[in-house]
Design a binder for this molecule. Structure first.
Ligand SMILES: NC(=O)c1ccc[n+]([C@@H]2O[C@H](COP(=O)([O-])OP(=O)(O)OC[C@H]3O[C@@H](n4cnc5c(N)ncnc54)[C@H](OP(=O)(O)O)[C@@H]3O)[C@@H](O)[C@H]2O)c1
Length: 301
């Protein structure tokens, strides 16, 4: 780990238009940093938005003042990861190759990964625990992590690679929240699943926490997690309390009852954060804080 906090250099967010990327860019700028992002949308390029598309081979040279890159972009759709060989190629070959090139150029790289690499059957897995991925997306992320770690070892750059795994991230537009808010405003009932467990975090928390991890240049495996494993029913109840919607507007059901096949259905979703908290001071996000951030973000929509 490099101890000193560097504030004089710029950050690059690869995948700046993603949910996580937008939250991270907002937090970096709010904390006074210069931040660039990459996009594939060429009609939106400007001095702070540079083009990068992993699907088209191109030599990518980051802006010269950048010394830390957050690799947020990925092929994230579960079904695409299962069926499209290009998604596998992006996640397992092209992104690790990009990371190796940046490490070779002396940059610090923060790669964003996922709780799903642990498979979801062990409570609160620690940062350095072994993986047990169950779905193709998780397997691809796990393989990408291994490839990057191998590159860092080969280049003697282990102190410039961080792998940050995240649990589920919410903003007011994340499904099924828009439908829930809309139903409650019309006095209609929602049907959350009691057999779907998650450890939610707000996009604001993730943006702030990633910024802190980047500022501190903490290397190795790190976790950001909600503090609670909750069902969607429990989450709906907490949210309905916060917006003063009647609990009668919640009719618990399950994905099994509804005949819906959910690809990743963990028993435990939350991640252990002991190493991360010890090195950074960042604590898991409580459910109350997630809901408070969600409602604050809703007021600005
Ligand atoms: N969302 C969650 O709850 C969650 C939970 C755990 C981990 N994660 C991880 O967090 C990261 C961000 O997730 P997200 O949900 O915020 O992502 P997202 O909204 O699905 O966006 C994915 C991003 O990747 C970019 N991208 C995809 N293919 C690309 C390619 N070939 N070349 C360049 N860019 C490409 C997309 O660019 P365009 O904007 O141009 O389409 C987009 O910015 C991912 O690594 C994901 O695995 C997310």
């Amino acid at each position: 780990m490099v101890d000193n906090i560097k504030n004089d250099c710029a950050y690059l967010v690869v995948g700046g238009d993603s949910l996580v990327g937008e939250g991270l860019l907002y937090a970096l700028e709010e904390r006074g940093h210069r931040a660039y992002s990459t996009t594939r949308r060429i009609d939106t390029l400007n001095s702070r938005r540079v083009k990068l598309d992993f699907e088209r081979f191109e030599e990518f040279i980051p802006p010269s003042d950048v010394d830390l890159i957050f690799v947020v972009a990925a092929a994230t759709n579960y079904e695409r990861c299962e069926k499209d060989p290009l998604a596998h190629k992006i996640n397992v070959e092209l992104i690790p190759r990009f990371v190796e090139a940046q490490l070779q150029h002396g940059l610090f790289v923060v790669f964003i990964s996922t709780n799903s690499v642990f498979g979801g059957e062990r409570p609160w897995p620690a940062e350095d625990d072994p993986h047990s991925p169950g779905i193709p997306y998780a397997l691809q992320k796990s393989e990408a992590e291994a490839a990057m770690r191998a590159s860092a070892v080969k280049l003697g750059a282990e102190n410039r690679l961080a792998i940050v795994r995240l649990t589920k991230i919410l903003d007011p537009n994340t499904s099924p929240l828009p439908n829930w808010f809309s139903a409650w405003s019309k006095g209609e009932v929602i049907e959350p699943f009691e057999d779907l467990i998650f450890a939610p975090m707000s996009v604001q928390y993730v943006g702030r926490a990633l910024s802190i991890l980047g500022e501190k240049r903490i290397s190795g495996n790190l976790h950001l997690s909600g503090a609670d494993n909750v069902s969607y029913v429990k989450f709906a109840q907490s949210l309905s309390n916060a917006v003063s919607a009647s609990s009668a507007l919640i009719a618990p059901t399950s994905s099994i009852q509804k005949g819906i096949n959910i690809a990743f259905k963990p028993t435990y979703s939350g991640l252990g954060m002991a190493r991360t908290t010890n090195l950074s001071g960042v604590l898991p996000q409580t459910l109350e804080s997630v809901i408070s951030d969600l409602l604050a973000a809703r007021q600005f929509k």
